[in-house]
Ligand binder design. Structure first.
Ligand SMILES: [Zn+2]
Length: 326
């Protein structure tokens, strides 16, 4: 296939159906699946366990990892040179039930034992029910023996920080931090491109085949941070009215990814650079995106990729979106 010029592309997600998933992604956001329940949509992914699919232009229908091979790794930008693939993964998560209590390894451990990357992740709460919450880190210093004991007697949640959730909240989960996302949430997660999760506790749930999902307690204890989690470092207070009206907020800038939120009333211009691709993920509203001489319409939860390089990106509409880059 002769490669055509670089252009903005719209992506179609790879869809997942874990037991705790909900119906919002299919019913409210029109994601395609044969199953009513969708737990996750991997919107921007080149991961082997679920690459997203090109949904616009000449390469429509091509898997995103194959698209990178066709177009050349340089579409990801110079900051991606040290990775063989797209280094991040963007997904939506819809929870009708609680997720397992889990932890993710860092790069060193994951590359050694799982042949995958570590998983630092940030959550942006797109929507939630009024009484929803999640768990993040230990509420005290704890020993590995006590963690084991609490897993076996079902009291692990008692030593985790329970955090009330609000729309627009963002929480960075560093590798090694124990966590559990509660039910009633729609989250946009930006993470390293990894599919390594170690489950500590799964509420003794059984799946549709009558089986419990496996736990990975030894590996989890290898990578877990046993220190008290400093809860002040997370964004846990509802924003004031003044903060809510801000049209721009930097959520994170770290060695793995940068995420910024924009809320616009009519239009904005953004500029692409050579060092990184840009992904635009819409979390509310609708409009159109123009870049590289092309125009694509969007609605909430749509996801786009603009290849690395100097470019002007114009977004028109009344919407909130995340701009993700390296
Ligand atoms: Zn996680």
């Amino acid at each position: 296939m002769k490669k055509s010029k670089k252009s903005i592309i719209k992506l179609e997600p790879s869809v997942k159906e874990h037991i705790w998933g909900g119906t919002k992604l299919k019913e409210k956001y029109d994601k395609k699946s044969n199953n009513k329940i969708i737990s996750e949509t991997w919107e921007l992914s080149a991961h082997k366990d679920g690459p997203s699919i090109i949904a616009s232009g000449k390469y429509k229908g091509v898997k995103f990892n194959e698209y990178i091979s066709i177009m050349g790794h340089e579409i990801l930008g110079s900051k991606s040179e040290r990775y063989t693939d797209l280094p991040i993964l963007i997904k939506f998560i819809d929870t009708a039930d609680d997720l397992s209590v889990q932890v993710h390894p860092d790069d060193e451990y994951a590359l050694k034992y799982e042949k995958d990357y570590g998983k630092n992740e940030i959550w942006y709460v797109v929507d939630c029910e009024s009484d929803s919450y999640l768990y993040c880190g230990f509420s005290k210093d704890i020993s590995k023996d006590e963690i084991r004991q609490r897993i076996s007697d079902g009291t692990l949640l008692e030593v985790l920080n329970k955090v009330p959730v609000f729309k627009g909240q963002n929480i960075f989960i560093k590798t090694g931090t124990v966590h559990a996302i509660g039910k009633g949430l729609l989250i946009c997660e930006i993470q390293q491109s990894s599919n390594v999760t170690y489950r500590l506790f799964d509420y003794n749930r059984i799946d549709k085949n009558g089986e419990k999902r496996p736990l990975h307690i030894d590996k989890a204890l290898d990578v877990i941070d046993c220190k008290k989690f400093e809860i002040d470092q997370i964004n846990k207070d509802e924003p004031t009215t003044a903060e809510k009206s801000l049209d721009y907020q930097k959520l994170i800038e770290c060695e793995y990814f940068s995420v910024e939120r924009y809320s616009i009333q009519d239009h904005i211009e953004l500029y692409g650079k050579k060092d990184s691709f840009i992904s635009i993920v819409v979390t509310e509203g609708e409009g159109s995106i123009y870049a590289e001489g092309e125009k694509l319409d969007f609605k909430s939860t749509d996801c786009f990729l603009i290849p690395a390089g100097e470019s002007k990106i114009e977004i028109i509409g009344k919407c909130t979106f995340l701009k993700v880059h390296l």
